[in-house]
Ligand binder design. Structure first.
Ligand code: FAD
Ligand code: MG
Length: 302
């Protein structure tokens, strides 16, 4: 018997979807590789009722609760291939195991592409962040460095002035023009054009001219792309957003391929635990409806 649903990814979005589905007594297989996007951070902020909690503990509690439902199957592993069509998908894991499902949910998150700055990757999630709403409050209105990565960095630098004094470290990432410069200066952003040599200490930036700029924290607008090529290989349409590349879905989380749904960071900006959980819950309900009414999914709108 095929599973009703196979979720590729069992983090916030995938588990939120699975919860709705097992509560509707549907059989769900969650396959998860255990690489949550915020695994580098010891505290997650902005998730109602769990503000400041360890994201690993939030996820572990959710997983424990989910596993009490008899129609849930959990596999730790990595999906390497998906093939088939509506009502007849086959998923292959890295171990070579085959699993069959009527619907596919892609909840496998995004990968962050960080600029190549010495000392940056090892501080990701502890002193270098991407989301002001998740991490800027804790910097206590101290000085914030924005390491330019792409045009989104201009917006990020301006927004972050709401949380403290901001220096934009252009680091030869892209050209400035007079419009950009005056918009940045209009918000009080200080522009530093001398390139970065490396990051030192907690969050201090050594420039190539030898100066050391001290910061309470650093931000970088990482470019996000789906963490695996499975959606693309299934033929799902992708779309470009201000944060990078995501799977195109409609308001009910359907991708362009019948029977394939997507939710969470891989399908919805902005990226946060709250949004991933909300979007995952919606996807779970919508997949359930597609199993109840296979011919036409009743639209939630209109
Ligand atoms: P993810 O949490 O990324 O989970 C995707 C899951 O799919 C992973 O377990 C992965 O292993 C699995 N997977 C991927 N490919 C496969 C495959 N082929 N087979 C099987 N499994 C696969 N948000 C907040 O709200 N508050 C915060 O404080 C916060 N801090 C953050 C700090 C950092 C450093 C970062 C990078 C992000 C932070 N976020 C925060 C954002 C938050 O982590 C994401 O919005 C959230 O994790 C998205 O959930 P998701 O389920 O969509 O994807
Ligand atoms: Mg998930």
């Amino acid at each position: 018997m095929p599973y009703d649903v196979i979720s590729i990814g069992g983090s916030f979005a995938g588990m939120a979807a699975a919860l709705q589905l097992v509560r509707a007594r549907r059989s769900v297989l969650v396959i998860d590789a255990g690489e949550r996007r915020n695994r580098f951070a010891s505290h997650a902020h902005g998730f109602l009722g769990q503000d400041g909690a360890d994201p690993g503990e939030i996820a572990a509690t959710a997983r424990r609760q989910l596993k009490t439902y008899p129609t849930l199957t959990w596999v730790e592993g990595r999906v390497e291939n998906v093939s088939g069509q509506l009502d007849g998908f086959t998923v292959t894991t890295a171990d070579g195991d085959l699993h069959h499902g009527r619907r596919i949910l892609i909840a496998s998150g995004v990968a962050d592409q960080l600029p190549d700055v010495t000392g940056l990757a090892e501080r990701w999630g502890t002193a270098v962040f991407h989301c002001p709403y998740c991490h800027a409050y804790e910097l206590g209105e101290g000085r914030i460095g924005v390491i330019a990565a792409n045009p989104m960095s201009f917006h990020q630098a301006q927004l972050l002035t709401e949380w403290g004094e901001v220096i934009l470290l252009v680091n030869e990432a892209m050209p400035l023009n007079s419009d950009i410069t005056s918009a940045l200066q209009g918000k009080g952003v200080v522009i530093e054009e001398v390139p970065i040599d490396r990051i030192e200490g907690k969050a201090d930036v050594r420039l190539v001219d030898g100066r050391l700029l001290a910061f309470s924290g650093l931000f970088v607008a990482s470019r996000c792309t789906p963490s695996n090529p499975l959606a693309e290989s299934l033929g799902c349409a992708l779309e470009e957003t201000v944060l990078g590349l995501q799977i195109h879905t409609d308001a009910e989380n359907k991708t362009s391929v019948p029977g394939v749904f997507a939710c969470g960071d891989v399908a919805r900006i902005p990226h946060s635990v709250s949004v991933a959980v909300g979007n995952g819950a919606l996807a779970g309900m919508q997949i359930h409806r597609s199993l109840c009414w296979p011919e036409t999914v009743l639209p939630l709108r209109g």
